[in-house]
Every structure is written in C-alpha cells, then in structure tokens.
Design a binder for this molecule. Sequence first.
Ligand SMILES: [Zn+2]
Length: 66
Amino acid sequence: MTYDRLVCANCASPVNEGRCPVCRANRARLQQEGFFGGLNGLNPMALLAVLAVLIATVALLAHQTA
Ligand SMILES: [Zn+2]
C-alpha cells in the first residue's frame, strides 16, 4: 500500500493514522481502491495473464533445450 506515506492536507498528519475526518475519508477511499485494484494496481486477471506468459516462455525454453 502507498497511502501509509500520504500526509493529510487538513491536519498534516499521516493519513494512515486517521486523526481527522479528512484522513479517515481518504484512508477509506484508498483502501477501497486498493481492494478493488489488487496488488500495486495490478488486478488478478493481469497477474494471471503475466503468470501464463511466464509459464509458456519457460515451457518453450525447456522444449528448445531438451
Ligand atoms: Zn487529516
């Protein structure tokens, strides 16, 4: 998560600490985006696609060298 380093413009405290309503609203929004966005902006389908490409590449290499 990247929101743990965000500083609130309202109270100048880390948003992650939720010291004011603005902090809590931003934290909730960012957590929701993180939940739906997956890991570091990659959604699960993108991760699966990357994994499939990696497996295909390894299979091709293994086939060529065998
Ligand atoms: Zn705040």
